[in-house]
Design a protein around this ligand. Structure first.
Ligand SMILES: *[C@@H]1O[C@H](CO)[C@@H](O)[C@H](O)[C@H]1NC(C)=O
Ligand SMILES: *[C@@H]1O[C@H](CO)[C@@H](O)[C@H](O)[C@H]1NC(C)=O
Ligand SMILES: *[C@@H]1O[C@H](CO)[C@@H](O)[C@H](O)[C@H]1NC(C)=O
Ligand SMILES: *[C@@H]1O[C@H](CO)[C@@H](O)[C@H](O)[C@H]1NC(C)=O
Ligand SMILES: *[C@@H]1O[C@H](CO)[C@@H](O)[C@H](O)[C@H]1NC(C)=O
Ligand SMILES: *[C@@H]1O[C@H](CO)[C@@H](O)[C@H](O)[C@H]1NC(C)=O
Ligand SMILES: *[C@@H]1O[C@H](CO)[C@@H](O)[C@H](O)[C@H]1NC(C)=O
Length: 323
């Protein structure tokens, strides 16, 4: 288990350190950042990248200080935003330096995560790691939030620095914030860190919704003319395994009706945010008098539920006199 955990963190760091590592912090919270791990170093110096000013070790009352591989902000202030360099000195007199970028996002009431998240997105199957928590000794994870709402319920399992989502669906995508507390010399600090989760779920149903026609709609027709009745329904997120949108005439499926007069045509598409729709058109080649008494019902079924909408046909006003 631990080996696996390490691997995840390592790969996270590797992918980011190609450019430079970025830390997103909220104003007034603690922030501890870490120089990417190198084995067997002699010492580490930290300084402001722009000014070359060295950041000293902790002294009485210091707010920003360095300690070996770590740089501390207790707590953060918006003026801390900027670039920091850590230089690792090896026994061979070689050095290696890394640039790290810190963003302190101004505190805003009711806002629980920064407007921009630079921690790598999590595109997994439901296990979300609390970013940076490994940099804090003895941090206590308090609560996870999704889009600032506390996560609770049987689908979530909080363990150490993870949250597990049981069977993640598309709706689970969002901003996940972990909030933990960190105690330094008796002072308690809040810390929060947010990452974006994008589920690998292939699809998920939504309560089926018929966009048109409306139930009890009346459609004006002419006898002998052709007619196309379209029914469009939203069925879920991404391609659905069960996506029935079909027409019944007097509760009889179109495929059991007179082929020469009725036939169906159907297609699907994805819209905004991968919402999945199916549209089925009932083509009637020639309207007959009996159709004016019939119920045309669009039946919609997905994995979650079913729904229907029934329309009737009526002669166009100018024909009424001829009846
Ligand atoms: C920090 O460095 C990045 C490039 O590595 C640069 O785009 C950014 O402007 C720098 N930030 C500050 C505050 O100097
Ligand atoms: C490292 O540098 C110091 C002083 O500059 C020198 O005395 C020492 O021999 C060097 N060590 C190695 C391994 O090069
Ligand atoms: C860090 O940033 C400074 C200033 O932008 C640059 O001169 C230096 O080469 C960078 N170092 C690394 C290791 O990227
Ligand atoms: C993470 O996902 C968001 C939303 O889909 C996207 O805007 C952002 O570019 C992604 N970030 C990274 C680092 O891939
Ligand atoms: C770790 O934190 C817990 C609770 O937050 C506290 O009771 C404990 O004394 C702490 N341990 C150390 C070594 O600081
Ligand atoms: C930490 O957060 C809690 C809950 O939001 C708040 O009540 C408390 O005052 C915060 N503590 C500090 C030191 O900011
Ligand atoms: C059409 O539906 C209405 C209302 O449900 C029902 O009263 C009527 O009998 C139906 N007509 C036919 C021909 O099935």
């Amino acid at each position: 288990m631990m080996g696996y955990v390490r691997l995840i963190f390592l790969s996270t760091f590797l992918s980011v350190s190609m450019t430079s590592e970025t830390f997103d912090a909220m104003e007034g919270e603690a922030l501890v950042i870490k120089c990417p791990r190198r084995n067997s170093f002699v010492k580490v110096t930290w300084y402001h990248t722009d000014t070359n000013k060295i950041i000293p070790a902790e002294e009485e009352g210091s707010r920003v200080f360095s300690s070996k591989l770590f740089l501390w902000f207790l707590p953060t202030s918006t003026e801390d935003s900027g670039n920091y360099t850590c230089v690792i000195h090896f026994s061979s007199n070689r050095t290696k330096s890394f640039n790290m970028s810190v963003w302190v996002h101004p505190y805003k009431k009711g806002v629980c995560f920064p407007s921009q998240i630079r921690y790598p997105n999590d595109t997994g199957r439901g296990k979300i790691v609390c970013p940076t928590i490994d940099n804090y000794k003895n941090a206590t994870l308090i609560q996870w939030y999704k889009d600032c709402k506390p996560l609770q319920g049987e689908r979530y399992l909080q363990k150490e620095k993870y949250i597990f989502i049981n069977n993640p669906r598309k709706e689970d995508d969002g901003h996940y914030t972990c909030r933990f507390i960190y105690t330094h010399k008796g002072n308690v600090f809040n810390v929060s860190a947010t990452r974006i989760f994008i589920s690998k779920a292939k699809h998920s149903p939504l309560p089926p919704q018929i966009l048109f026609p409306k139930d009890k709609d009346v459609i004006e027709v002419e006898l002998g003319a052709a007619l196309s009745l379209k029914c469009q329904a939203r069925l879920g997120i991404k391609k659905q395994p069960l996506d029935v949108v079909t027409w019944d005439v007097n509760n009889i499926q179109v495929k059991y009706l007179d082929f020469s007069r009725f036939h169906e045509e159907s297609h699907f598409f994805e819209g905004y945010e991968q919402e999945y729709y199916r549209e089925t058109t009932l083509h009637i080649t020639e309207i007959r008098k009996e159709d004016l008494q019939a119920n045309f019902t669009c039946v919609v079924v997905n994995e979650m539920h079913n729904t229907r909408a029934t329309v009737r046909l009526q002669l166009k006003a100018q024909y009424e006199g001829l009846q």
